[in-house]
Design a protein around this ligand. Structure first.
Ligand SMILES: *[C@@H]1O[C@H](CO)[C@@H](O)[C@H](O)[C@H]1NC(C)=O
Ligand SMILES: *[C@@H]1O[C@H](CO)[C@@H](O)[C@H](O)[C@H]1NC(C)=O
Ligand SMILES: *[C@@H]1O[C@H](CO)[C@@H](O)[C@H](O)[C@H]1NC(C)=O
Length: 436
């Protein structure tokens, strides 16, 4: 299936013929890559001559058909000694032992919210903390908080999505805290939109709760039950984030499991149908897949047509690991070590949804924007051990009472935990990734 098998483009550079390679590089720099390289030059190594830039020794998977300027460039800088046999896909690899453990602890980071603070909530095992992501064929450098804040000086970030984005922003802030502790400068009434400022670096990080990315109504409580169906406008982006869009230099955005809920869909200010709400007999049945695809197209269209061109990353579907049931009927995730590749494939529904994401990403016309895919699905799929499970609330005596009805969280991640590595990947995409 194509989604398992991203095209690996033939590597253009070969030993010799540097002139040809140089010419090609300059053409590529001017052409395909302008937007992302603009970010690269202006943000990270401004004013350094090309030859002093660090070697980028691997590539992220993205899906343009263009040749790879940065591999060529790296080879030029290093007299082709470092030319590589192939590209490294950052998102394909394995979790390997990491004796040094996480970069922060549940005590050292005051920004971990209780449902993520598994250790404080009594999780007894710690083995899940001692793994790191290792792409096949290259090394993923650890997140460098100092470098991140330096490179992002005067820049503004936003993470837009659901509670997984909130989980993620906590991880990012925890990694940064040892260099500088931010101050929360804004939150809305429900703490669903929040903004932190790192004063001495003048870096701003926002998280914006917008689980459908489009306008939606009737969905106030995350685990609560609404009296009526969620109403989703498939053709109107959510004001919550687009009203602030022009303020952001970097935006990390994603859809997710909220799309699987029963909902009434609107287009053109008219109800067009509903997914799995049989009792609404007069409504046409519309699939979740249709709705999700529609929203992603609208999203990419917005990026392509908006005058503001931030650095955009789309984060893929977050895997869940409920076993012996679903989230609502006693499903749990009690493993204490990662899966080996191939041991667990994830659910069909998740593959379907991620497939739509990959397809729509591939078809997106960027039109001068810098757009990258943060494809965390498969690497996170290997971490059934990293979820909060029963430790989303205080539960000091382990999960021994099997008859107790405990709601497990096998979707969100413990902090510290595997989600921290998403930030290592972001750092690579931002500093070294090639443009779509
Ligand atoms: C901080 O960064 C913002 C842009 O994000 C900029 O407008 C502002 O002038 C900067 N402040 C200082 C003190 O440099
Ligand atoms: C939306 O509604 C307007 C007027 O009500 C109509 O002219 C237009 O064709 C509709 N568009 C679609 C896509 O249905
Ligand atoms: C186990 O949980 C059940 C249901 O919540 C409760 O009735 C029972 O008292 C618990 N047993 C122990 C030993 O805590």
């Amino acid at each position: 299936m194509w989604l398992w098998n991203w095209d690996r483009w033939p590597l253009l550079q070969r030993r010799g013929n540097q002139f040809f390679a140089k010419l090609l590089v300059s053409m590529l720099l001017v052409g395909f890559s302008f937007r992302c390289l603009f970010f690269f030059f202006s943000d990270s190594f401004a004013f350094l001559p090309l030859s002093q830039q660090p070697l980028r020794d691997y590539q992220s998977v993205e899906n343009n058909g263009a040749s790879d300027a940065s591999v060529l460039e790296a080879a030029l800088q290093n007299g082709v000694e470092n030319s590589r046999e192939g590209k490294c896909d950052l998102f394909t690899g394995e979790w390997i032992s990491n004796p040094s453990g996480p970069a922060y602890t549940s005590e050292s980071c005051p920004f971990i919210e209780s449902p993520q603070n598994c250790i404080k909530n009594g999780r007894p095992d710690t083995g899940y903390l001692y793994w790191r992501w290792k792409p096949y064929g290259c090394n993923l450098p650890s997140f460098d908080a100092e470098k991140f804040l330096d490179v992002m000086r005067d820049k503004s970030w936003a993470l837009v999505g659901d509670s997984i984005s909130r989980n993620h922003v906590q991880s990012l802030i925890c990694l940064l805290v040892k260099v500088e502790e931010p101050v929360e400068v804004y939150h809305d009434e429900e703490f669903k939109i929040r903004r932190w400022h790192f004063h001495s670096h003048n870096v701003t990080i926002s998280v914006i709760w917008s689980p459908f990315l489009v306008k939606a109504e009737n969905f106030r409580h995350e685990l609560g039950v609404s009296s009526s169906e969620i109403e989703i406008h498939l053709d109107i982006l959510d004001e919550k984030w687009i009203s602030q869009y022009k303020n952001f230099d970097y935006i990390l955005i994603s859809g997710g499991p909220w799309f699987l809920r029963t909902a009434i869909y609107w287009e053109n200010n008219t109800i067009i149908g509903c997914n799995s709400c049989q009792e609404k007999k007069n409504l046409a049945e519309i699939s979740v897949q249709y709705a999700f695809r529609k929203v992603l197209r609208l999203l990419y269209h917005f990026f392509a047509t908006s005058e503001h061109k931030p650095f955009i990353m789309y984060r893929s579907w977050p895997p869940s690991h409920f076993e012996y049931g679903e989230w609502f009927d006693g499903g749990r995730c009690s493993r204490t070590a990662p899966y080996k590749e191939g041991e667990f494939m994830g659910t069909d529904l998740e593959h379907l949804m991620r497939g739509i994401e990959l397809e729509e990403f591939k078809n997106a016309v960027v039109n001068g924007a810098c757009l990258k895919l943060l494809d965390i699905y498969r690497l996170s799929l290997l971490r059934p051990d990293g979820h909060s499970g029963p430790y989303r609330t205080f539960r000091p005596f382990d999960n021994k009472n099997k008859s107790a009805s405990i709601q497990n969280d096998c979707l969100h991640w413990c902090l510290p935990g595997p989600i921290d590595f998403w930030n290592d990947l972001i750092m690579e995409l931002v500093l070294n990734g090639k443009p779509k």
